[in-house]
Design a protein around this ligand. Structure first.
Ligand SMILES: C=C(O[C@H]1C=CC=C(C(=O)O)[C@@H]1O)C(=O)O
Length: 422
């Protein structure tokens, strides 16, 4: 991020205004304070054009940041800050307070049993309909968490950012308050890079195929090894990798997967991941154009994309909104960084709605997918300081992950598993 250098713009002094957005990535932080303008709203297929026009017509810090919804036809929400925060501004900010151990009420919506039923239905569709009508669909559920005090998004972000392998983020959500500090925000810790574009270089790091981390070191390594050998997870992953390679190919003169498909980790999950690097045919192709072309990938939607996108709302029974969309930023030079919007929560005052999904392919097991989505809530629940006794009663064992003490979690990369997964 640092080489894109949005921080060297003229207006970047810290001030009293609230933080508008922040991305704390392994390679640097991008953050802005105060709302200057909102990008005229529109769907994904007009994003690149709207962004280019915005920078041609407006002054101010040369950066827009925000979120695209899951639905490509839905309106995005990108904002220009009053000022960008430099690393020095960030360093001078007081640390966010540690969240108080409040009282919590958690309610899975839909309940886990209903989610498992949706997984069964998806498997039946894949089995019974014409071959290739649906090869993969990603199904999700939410967890509504309510507490007795207002949730501080910056404190949450700071705790989420303690996992160095994720990008912790906060972006404002549209609600008419135009970036008001008390307005709704989307906060998360995504491990998945949709696209980073710097000059002619592009990088994507799709993830798909997961296993919850285990408390015991040996069990944790065994979980990673089982993932490395899982045919089901490799099929789930390959559909994402091939979609991204196919989508980027027309834009690139070089495109490769230098490390192959490898095991990667967050504090709570093992994943199969593939780093994809490329060189653009036309360096003027913007990060916004590439993000809009890729989104939504089969890591959050499915294959074929249109069939999965129309099935998802029917099977899930709720509107994903900005979950499973893309969050990121783009600058006036066309560079930028976009992440897949997962491991996140919408924060509205005392309430957090957490989201978690899982890829379903033939061979998926509904109960394992319930467990996997519970583990995917884990990082957020831990960062919110939700005590174990507040875990949903429906399946407390699915939340064992939360009872893990980080010291007992074992090595992040199991010996021999950091290389190619196959
Ligand atoms: C849809 C989510 O994860 C995606 C990203 C990585 C692994 C996934 C999986 O193994 O199912 C999902 O495709 C989520 O965390 O909500």
């Amino acid at each position: 991020m640092s080489t894109a250098n949005p921080m060297t713009g003229a207006a970047r002094q810290g001030g009293a205004e609230a933080v508008l957005f922040r991305f704390r990535a392994p390679d640097g932080t991008v953050a802005g304070q105060g709302l200057r303008r909102v990008l005229p709203l529109g769907p994904a297929n007009t994003l690149a054009e709207r962004v280019a026009r915005f920078f041609a017509e407006n002054d101010g810090p040369p950066l827009l940041a925000g979120a695209l919804p899951f639905d490509r036809a839905g309106a995005d929400h990108l904002v220009q800050p009053q000022r960008l925060l430099s690393p020095e501004d960030e360093a001078a900010m007081p640390p966010a307070p540690t969240p108080a151990r409040g009282r919590w009420q958690l309610r899975p919506e839909p309940p886990a049993a209903r989610f498992a039923e949706a997984v069964r239905e998806a498997l039946a569709i894949m089995r019974d309909e014409a071959p290739d009508a649906l090869r993969k669909v990603v199904l999700s559920r939410t967890l509504l968490a309510e507490t007795d005090t207002a949730i501080d998004p910056d404190a949450l972000l700071e705790r989420l950012g303690s996992d160095p392998r994720v990008t912790a983020f906060r972006v404002p959500l549209p609600d008419g308050t135009d970036g008001n500090a008390a307005g709704p925000v989307l906060v998360g810790a995504t491990p998945e890079l949709l696209i980073r574009k710097r000059g002619e270089a592009v990088l994507s790091h799709p993830l798909a195929g997961s296993a919850p981390r285990q408390r015991d070191g040996a069990a944790d390594r065994a979980a990673a090894e089982a993932l490395r050998r899982s045919d089901k997870d490799h099929r789930e992953h390959a559909l994402v990798r091939e979609f991204i390679l196919d989508t980027l190919a027309p834009y690139c003169t070089e495109l490769s997967t230098p490390d192959g498909t490898a095991i990667t980790a967050t504090a709570t999950l093992w994943h199969l991941g593939t780093r994809i690097t490329g060189r653009l045919r036309d360096p003027a192709t913007s990060a916004a154009a590439l993000a809009a072309a890729l989104h939504p990938t089969p890591a959050v939607c499915g294959v074929p994309r249109a069939a999965a996108a129309s099935l998802i709302p029917r099977l899930e029974g709720y509107d994903r909104g900005f979950y499973a969309g893309a969050v990121g930023w783009c600058d006036a030079a066309g560079d930028g960084c976009w992440y897949v919007t997962i491991r996140c929560a919408e924060i509205r005052g005392h309430r957090a709605r957490l989201f978690a999904g899982a890829g379903i392919v033939p061979g998926s097991d509904p109960v394992s997918e319930v467990r996997e989505t519970a583990a995917k809530f884990g990082a957020l629940l831990r960062a919110l300081a939700v005590p174990p006794e507040a875990m949903p009663e429906e399946a407390p064992e699915h939340f064992n992950e939360l009872r893990m003490d980080s010291a007992a979690r074992g090595a992040d990369t199991a010996p021999g598993l950091s290389g190619n997964a196959r």
